[in-house]
Design a protein around this ligand. Sequence first.
Ligand code: IPE
Ligand code: IPE
Ligand code: MG
Length: 241
Amino acid sequence: MAVTAAEPSQGPATPRHVAIIMDGNGRWAKNRGWPRLVGHRRGAERVKQIVRAAPDLGIGWLTVYAFSTENWKRSTEEVLGLMKIFRRYILREADGLSAEGVRMRFIGGRERLDPKLQALMAGIEARTAGNTRLNLTVAINYGGRDEILRASTRLAEKIAAGQIENPTEADFNDCLDTVGLPDPDLVIRTSGETRTSNFLPWQSAYAEYEFTPTLWPDFSPEHLAEILDRFGLRDRRFGGA
Ligand code: IPE
Ligand code: IPE
Ligand code: MG
C-alpha cells in the first residue's frame, strides 16, 4: 500500500467504482480471420466473467461501456448484431444476476433503441433494484457529451420551474444518467488505445486511468486483479498537497 507515515494516501486501496472501456473485440476476431461479431460475442462472455469476479475483488460498482453514441456509424449488420447480443445477455443473465445480488442499471439515451430492448432494460432494472452486492451499470447508446447536454436541459427545466435557484455540482449530478452512482475511481481501457472516446467525462474528472494492450475478449479476472494491485499503489491527492 502507498501509505507512508507522513502522508497517508487519501484514496482507498481498492477502487470502489471501476469503469471499463471494453475495446478490441473487432481486432480480436480479425486476428483469427473471423467476423467482428464473433469478437463481440466473446466479449459478452468476458463481461459475465468479470461481473462474477468483481465482488470478490472488492469492487462494489462496475460500469462497462458497451455501445457509444458514435458506434451507430458501424455497419447495420454489426449494430443489429450488437443489439441482439445485449438482448440475449439480459434474457440469459437475468436469473443469475438477480440471484447473485447484482443490481443492474443502464446509462445512455434510450429512445433510439428498439422498444423491446428498452422494455427488457427497464424490466431487469426494476427486478434487481433491491440488490446491493454489486452495482452493474451498462452504458448503451452512451456518450458523455450527449449525457451532459440532456442533463443541462433537465437542469434548465428545474431552474425554470423554480425548483433550483443557484445550481451546484450536486444539482447537476442529479440530472445525469449516473444519478446515484459514485464517481469512478479507476477507468480501464483495453486494446492499447489511449483515449476516452466520450466515456464519463464529467464523472471521471478525478479518476485514475489504466490502459492495457490486452484485447477485451482476452481480458480475464487475473488481468483485473493485477490492475487493482497497481491502483493500490497510487497516491490520489485530489488537488491537495
Ligand atoms: C469494442 O470493440 C466494442 C464496441 C465498441 C461495441 P471494437 O468493436 O471497437 O473492437 P476494435 O476496436 O474494432 O478492435
Ligand atoms: C469505445 O470504443 C466505445 C466502446 C467500447 C463501447 P470505440 O472502439 O468505439 O472507440 P474509438 O472509435 O476507437 O474511439
Ligand atoms: Mg474499438
